[in-house]
Write a protein that binds this ligand. Structure first.
Ligand SMILES: [Ca+2]
Ligand SMILES: [Ca+2]
Ligand SMILES: [Ca+2]
Ligand SMILES: [Ca+2]
Length: 407
């Protein structure tokens, strides 16, 4: 099946071998490559109580955690060496919902108090309900050997239980995304294998928070990956592509109970892009594909999903400079909104709210302190929360619940 896209067109299925796999982008570490074509199944899935840092991890043994690592809901924001949150250099327009300093004069606006969970050192993170209990769990990867993901159960209040982390080893991978490919209600891990041939392995999420190798699908060499249910069948599909080459492309590979299908369902030739995400921006119940260019002028391209795995020509939104963004329904109106970083400024991010007429710039938010972030409704109130990979020490995720970022 075919459909047209941005300017070019495209389509067709390519034949490819493989098996299942699929989705979303979190950057990760590049490792050495072990050309494993097919996954055999001897990796050991999760050790439960595992100490992720045990062993060889360069991350060192634990971080001088101040507390037990248990999720602190509290209001200690950890290090505030940030002192003042001056908005001073506001070139982004006005905004600031953020600084209503009513509380203790610690330089940290009360409204920005995050829910803090100290975790083991990591590089990339994503969110998904791995054990199917209805709460989003935190999945991290990176740092050290062996390649693995650490899954921390979400407690439903914005915190995660470090003491209950479950570690699952994976084949060497360069990036991963989390989504329920199999449709059993448990989020699965989709990892891009290193080496040759290009491939994606699906590790099925289990009730014990471990992920177990399910299947590997050979795909085309790609840079970006995402997962989203573009076909609307309850199974997340794999979206891969390359946006900064002469002929940018995107492909949708269907998710199945057995993993990622062995051929793409849809292919498109989009405008050049540097970032890729998916979500229902238009609020019609169909997952849309959103790409972004970070060159001048920075723009979002919203490709409306057709519900059958394809998507149409993009709607373009001019935006502020960014190097990272994620989608999530911040205000609970059924449309996925966007949060984008402000390059080289760990302190701020920019918010765009989706409405009937597309995106509107909701202004910058101040007082954060992160490398990266993901949006996800961790407390189940219907509004996406900002889950950040906090900068500074100790390694942790700071979660800003929706009312903080979108009052
Ligand atoms: Ca869960
Ligand atoms: Ca699943
Ligand atoms: Ca919304
Ligand atoms: Ca929420």
């Amino acid at each position: 099946m075919t459909r047209r896209l941005p300017r070019a067109a495209a389509v067709l299925l390519l034949a490819n071998a493989g098996c299942p796999l699929s989705f979303d982008p979190t950057a990760a570490d590049a490792s050495t490559a072990a050309p494993i074509t097919t996954a055999t199944s001897d990796l050991d899935p999760a050790t439960s109580e595992a100490d992720p840092t045990g062993g060889t991890s360069p991350a060192g043994t634990s971080a001088p955690t101040t507390s037990t690592g248990a999720p602190t809901t509290g209001d200690d924001t950890g290090d505030d060496d940030t002192g003042d949150d001056d908005t001073g250099d506001d070139d982004t327009g006005d905004d600031d919902t953020g600084d209503d300093d009513t509380g203790p004069d610690d330089g940290w606006p009360d409204s920005l108090t995050p829910v803090v969970t100290e975790v083991w050192d990591f590089e990339a993170l994503d969110l998904g309900d791995v054990d199917g209990d209805g709460r989003l769990d935190l999945i991290t990867s990176g740092t050290g050997y062996p390649p693995r993901v650490d899954v921390y159960p979400g407690l439903g209040d914005g915190s995660f239980d470090r003491d209950a982390v479950v570690v699952s080893e994976l084949w060497d991978f360069s990036q991963f995304v989390v989504a329920d490919v199999t449709g059993d209600g448990r989020a699965d891990v989709l990892a891009q294998g290193t080496g040759y041939p290009p491939r994606v392995t699906v590790y099925a999420g289990g009730g014990d928070l471990a992920v177990t190798e399910l299947a590997t699908t050979d795909v085309f060499e790609f840079t970006h990956m995402q997962a989203g249910d573009l076909t609307g069948d309850g199974r997340a599909d794999l979206l891969i592509g390359d946006g900064l080459v002469s002929w940018p492309w995107l492909q949708v590979w269907p998710g199945t109970a057995e993993g990622i299908a062995d051929a793409p369902l849809f292919e498109a030739d989009p405008w050049a892009f540097a970032l890729l995400r998916s979500g229902d921006v238009t609020g019609d119940g169909r997952v849309d594909v959103v790409t972004a260019s970070t060159e001048f002028p920075p723009q979002f391209y919203i490709h409306p999903g057709d519900g059958d795995g394809g998507f149409g020509e993009p709607q373009i939104s001019e935006i502020w400079d960014l190097s990272w963004f994620d989608l999530g329904d911040l205000d609970g109106d059924g449309r996925a909104d966007a949060a984008a970083d402000i390059p080289n400024n760990e302190w701020r991010f920019q918010l765009y709210l989706a409405g009937a007429d597309g995106w509107s710039d909701a202004g910058a938010r101040e007082g954060y302190n992160f490398f990266r972030f993901e949006l996800g409704d961790v407390d189940g109130d219907g509004r996406a929360d900002l889950v950040t990979h906090a900068s500074g020490y100790p390694p942790r995720v700071d979660v800003y619940l929706a009312p903080v970022i979108q009052p």
